[in-house]
Design a protein around this ligand. Structure first.
Ligand code: CA
Length: 406
């Protein structure tokens, strides 16, 4: 069934976007992934050996797409399975079982790029028991941003009946649903959305400020001016009127499947490209990241207008079998001193993992890139534990990996 979904997706993409190769699908597919087709630029191997090792060798997961913790001092970690299940277990390499924390398979439509795609615990979870998810559903096909509530912070399961929907919006196609949600240092919830799918963004959602699609959104989950959430007062379109959505934080994105904050509060995004270019962006409030007028630093479907657009800090082409970026995080864990301060990311299809070095300015300056690992598997996501150690989700093998240097 999974294969069929992929094949169907490919056919629809091929029909609408002129996709020219089957390479990516031979490698499988994950929710943020996309069709095939890199200038590695100045990428160089790192001086020491970095390996990806199985962090929890006694555990296996079904299509993991998220790894996180609750910030509650419990030493628990959580893995999101795409089909609609959140697993919970003690953060110990010898842990032999992972319980079911939340099961919402009934309302989640999964497969291909759909599913339960994101999880974020409220910064005050220990007090209020709130956790937030991002999933796709059918009939009609929509993205849903919901809150669930733990009866107490330490409870081992969440009742699905505690769901409160914050908001939802239509998904015109099954692909490019974004997925990541996370709280920023400002306490607001950030939501990465895709352009709605097909190929080439046929409705130009990325550039349209009346669409939730192709954006980073930012909302206040502790306010109620929009019902079950509110709008941060300094969101870019709060006072713009004319139908522009006040939830929008940044736009012009294609499928920023994974986004993350670094220690200095910069928001990083890996934006999956169309047929040629994968990119890394540092997201600024109100920024236009180009899509569909631009793919990476190249024109894509330019309509002659020249709005202010922000180029990626880094991009790579599809020339070497890298075809679908998985955005990572700036490393701040205790285990690998040589990686400190570098943005670690991967390509889902090739399995390559890289470290990008930027400066500390808001735009990151002129970055340099290092190849860390040649084949780490189908990495769908990166996540951190309470000590800020970084983990990688291997989607097809159902493993959680961590980096080690020797
Ligand atoms: Ca862009």
């Amino acid at each position: 069934m999974f294969y069929k979904t992929i094949t169907t997706l490919f056919l629809s993409l091929a029909a609408t976007a002129g996709v020219s190769s089957l390479i990516a699908f031979a490698c499988g597919s994950r929710p943020g992934a996309d069709a095939p087709t890199a200038t590695p630029g100045t990428t160089v191997p790192i001086a020491e050996t970095i390996k990806a090792e199985n962090a929890f060798p006694k555990l296996s997961f079904s299509q993991p797409v998220e790894f996180t913790h609750a910030g509650d001092g419990s030493n628990r970690v959580f893995v999101v399975e795409q089909t609609g299940v959140i697993r919970v277990f003690d953060n110990n390499a010898q842990t032999a079982s992972a319980g079911t924390y939340l099961d919402i398979k009934k309302q989640v439509a999964s497969g291909g790029e759909m599913g339960l795609l994101g999880l974020a615990f409220h910064p005050k979870f220990e007090q209020n028991g709130y956790l937030f998810v991002n999933y796709t559903k059918d009939n009609p096909r929509e993205t849903v941003i919901s809150r669930f509530k733990a009866t107490s912070a330490g409870t081992s399961t969440i009742d699905p009946a505690t769901e409160t929907v914050l908001f939802k919006f239509r998904q015109p196609y099954s692909n490019h649903n974004g997925g990541k949600i996370l709280f920023g240092p400002d306490g607001f919830l950030y939501i990465a959305t895709g352009d709605g799918g097909s190929g080439g963004d046929p409705r130009n959602n990325g550039q349209n400020s009346d669409s939730y699609l192709g954006k980073v959104l930012r909302v206040d989950v502790d306010a109620s001016d929009k019902g079950n959430y509110g709008i941060p007062k300094d969101n870019p379109f709060v006072s713009a009127g004319s139908g522009k959505l006040p939830e929008i934080y940044a736009y012009g994105l294609r499928n920023p499947w994974r986004i993350s904050f670094d220690e200095q509060g910069r928001l990083w995004a890996g934006d999956v490209g169309q047929n040629k270019i994968e990119e890394i962006d540092i997201i600024q409030k109100g920024g236009n990241y180009g899509w569909r007028l631009r793919e990476g630093r190249s024109n894509f479907n330019s309509d002659g207008s020249k709005p202010d657009m922000i180029d990626p800090i880094w991009q790579y082409t599809h020339d070497n079998g890298d075809v679908s970026i998985t955005g990572g995080a700036v490393y701040r864990g205790p285990a690998n001193a040589s990686l400190k301060g570098k943005y670690i990311y991967a390509d889902y299809a090739s399995g390559r993992v890289w470290a990008l070095t930027a400066d500390n300015t808001p735009t990151g300056g002129k970055a340099t890139n290092q190849l860390l690992i040649s084949r780490a598997g189908s990495i769908s996501a990166f996540g951190e534990d309470a000590k800020n150690e970084l983990y990688l989700c291997n989607h097809s093998e159902g493993k959680i990996l961590r980096l080690s240097s020797n």
